[in-house]
Write a protein that binds this ligand. Structure first.
Ligand SMILES: Cc1cc2nc3c(=O)[nH]c(=O)nc-3n(C[C@H](O)[C@H](O)[C@H](O)COP(=O)(O)OP(=O)(O)OC[C@H]3O[C@@H](n4cnc5c(N)ncnc54)[C@H](O)[C@@H]3O)c2cc1C
Length: 605
């Protein structure tokens, strides 16, 4: 049957139900528009105060970011192995992420395919970008500038708006006395909640480094704002400090997008879960408007195909899936830039054993960090970074995963006589299997080791490199017949911008450990090259924003240049990555775009 685009079934169709979609869907549903949310993943059962999810997590040997969400709803194609945490490609030989021959580096970040998206397993760190992050080209001659109309001062009211929607705990005094003078990151409103209490470990590290100079910068340990309740907010409790934010907040103190999906539904929106959008449809006449989308509903092993129509389509399916869908639909790509400029925040982690107990494994996973290197003239020559002090011991460190752990040998123990007995792994496998400890001796060792574990986690800015991109795999398709993403990725380009940063990071980690008086034998510094690195889960770029339709995919309000009624939400629109975790900026852009969509629906310019 021919579609009648004059009578669409919905005002706005959202593809995806993560935070980017949820905030805007809620605003538009509240404004009485007919909103449909299509989500490829399922609804996580949430009936028993999350007890079922907590049990899954406890039972899972690997404790990976997906371990609470085991079950039919999970898509094994995109989930890492539950024991080793390895991506499916390394386990089954059936990769979801495809790489071309000769690809330089693996892209290590992934996402959650569920109603609520990746906020199920995010850490909740809420950092705004700073003004210079929006003007890298102008300030340092490198990277790109965000378009006029989308700089810090334009987004500041929307950052504030988002903070009150989501519920953010932060330190107003530090914002005023440090972040404003140091980075120009002023705030028009206070945080809705006081900050999360810094951990005992934070205080100890601060005492060792506060005010010291490292590479011309004064070091300050500062509180990290979080979308985690420090007091009751929006019907959710205050954090009770279980240090499991990734992969699951057991108490709902940490915000997740299901909150706004529920609010949107209460305001009249409709959610269709287990519905994967396979195509964005353009009007046959002039390809200037979208008419709606095709999707496949998965019920058990059954698949049903549908088409749905809308006045506006919003693709908010993250930095991998948004470009994949647009490329598969051949939409919004006159610039030929859909998929280009893929970015993450590559991570270097170093770890150590403190000289006395600092009692990690309490509180949220991070409460303080060191942000001195987020900006400075050095950005002309090497990447900015920020360093988190982790409260979760060595539980998230590479192959260590203490104390349950999979490592006997510590890859960071070099040139030591006996790797098996070096007191460095912190895993039961090592204590029992290699060191032969049992009973009281084992208990004493575990207590002594776990209470002294420290991790410094530094995440670096990555430049937008055009060749880092998502393409459609020429060979492999998913179960819906859509080509899988083929990822072309190199951490750095030839100018060594990130490589130099990694070298600085490792020196900085050693500086902090030295200041704490930790002997070298108890410091495990990562190599400063590209052999070891982590992904942050921050999938940015791939449908970048700009003024010029020839050099960007969306305009400053996230509307596709090519298509009048197509919007793209999420960090895929970021022209640069900065050092800020992306979700605050995703949220600010989504709330602003909701206003633009509302104007468009009202026929206003
Ligand atoms: C371990 C980890 C920790 C993190 N911690 C932080 C942090 O502390 N602070 C921070 O700022 N950020 C953090 N992030 C990043 C943060 O989770 C993301 O930035 C954010 O959740 C992205 O939201 P989104 O709505 O844009 O995308 P997503 O949450 O990925 O949502 C997109 C949704 O679209 C759905 N979808 C995809 N394709 C289709 C399709 N074809 N049809 C229908 N639906 C589709 C997906 O299933 C998904 O549910 C973390 C990420 C990870 C992995």
């Amino acid at each position: 049957m021919a579609l009648d685009i004059n009578e669409p079934e919905f005002d706005v169709i959202f593809v995806g139900s993560g935070i980017a979609a949820a905030l805007a869907a809620h605003r538009l549903a509240e404004a009485r528009y007919r909103v449909l949310i299509l989500e490829a993943g399922g609804v996580v059962p949430d009936s028993l105060n999350r007890l079922a999810l907590v049990r899954n997590y406890i039972a899972s040997p690997g404790k990976t970011a997906d371990s609470p969400y085991c079950g039919d709803e999970l898509d094994p194609e995109i989930q890492p192995d539950q024991v080793t945490g390895k991506q499916p490609d390394q386990v089954t030989g059936k990769p979801y992420y495809q790489y071309p021959v000769g690809n330089k580096h693996d892209f290590k970040s992934f996402y959650e395919k569920l109603v609520g998206g990746s906020t199920w397993h995010w850490q909740g760190i809420w950092l705004r970008m700073i003004p210079k992050d929006f003007e890298m080209k102008r300030s340092y001659g490198i990277g790109a500038d965000w378009p006029r109309g989308c700089r810090y001062s334009d987004l500041e009211p929307w950052y504030s708006d988002a903070e009150y929607e989501v519920g953010v705990a932060g330190n107003d005094q530090q914002a005023e006395t440090y972040f404003k003078p140091e980075f120009g990151a002023y705030r028009s409103r206070p945080y809705p909640m006081p900050e999360l209490t810094p951990s005992y470990m934070d205080a100890h590290i601060a005492a060792a480094v506060q005010g010291k100079i490292f590479q011309d910068k004064k070091i300050l340990v500062t509180n990290v704002a979080h979308a985690i309740n420090s007091q009751q907010y929006d019907g959710r409790p205050a954090c009770d400090g279980r240090t499991s934010c990734v992969p699951l907040c057991a108490s709902k103190a940490r915000y997740d997008a299901v909150n706004h999906i529920k609010k949107a539904l209460a305001a009249g929106a409709e959610l269709r879960a287990n519905c994967s959008v396979t195509r964005v449809n353009l009007d046959a006449a002039n390809h200037k408007r979208v008419t709606g989308v095709d999707y496949v509903e998965k019920i058990g092993t059954q698949m049903e195909k549908y088409t749905v129509t809308g006045h506006v389509v919003v693709v908010a399916a993250n930095g991998i899936e948004t470009p994949r869908l647009l490329l598969a639909s051949n939409v919004a790509n006159s610039s030929k830039l859909v998929g280009c400029y893929l970015m993450d925040h590559p991570i270097k982690q170093s770890f150590a054993l403190a000289t006395k107990p600092l009692f990690p494994y309490r509180g949220p996973q991070t409460t303080s960090d060191i942000e001195a290197f987020r900006d400075g003239p050095f950005r002309r020559t090497y990447a900015a970074y920020k360093t988190s002090i982790k409260n979760d011991g060595w539980s998230t460190v590479g192959a260590i995963l203490a104390p349950r752990g999979i490592a006997i040998d510590n890859p960071n123990v070099k040139n030591r006589e006996d790797k098996h007995t070096a007191d460095s792994m912190g895993t039961l496998l090592n204590f029992v299997g290699a060191q032969g400890l049992f009973g009281a001796k084992l208990r004493d060792k575990v207590v002594d080791h776990l209470t002294r574990q420290i991790v410094l986690n530094s995440a670096a800015e990555q430049l937008p490199i055009r060749e880092n991109r998502i393409l459609l795999s020429p060979k492999e398709k998913d179960k819906f017949g859509i080509p899988k993403p083929e990822i072309h990725y190199a951490l750095d380009n030839d100018n060594g911008y990130l490589q130099r940063c990694f070298t600085k990071i490792i020196k900085f980690h050693q500086f902090v450990f030295d200041q704490m008086g930790i002997p070298l034998k108890d410091q495990y510094l990562q190599d400063d090259d590209f052999k070891t690195y982590g992904g942050s889960g921050h999938i940015m770029g791939t449908t970048v924003m700009g003024d010029d339709p020839k050099t960007s995919v969306v305009d400053p309000h996230c509307k596709a240049h090519d298509v009048d009624n197509l919007f793209i939400l999420g960090s895929s629109v970021f022209p640069t990555s900065s050092t800020a975790n992306p979700t605050s900026t995703i949220a600010a852009l989504s709330l602003r775009a909701a206003k633009t969509i509302e104007r468009q629906l009202k026929g206003q310019p």
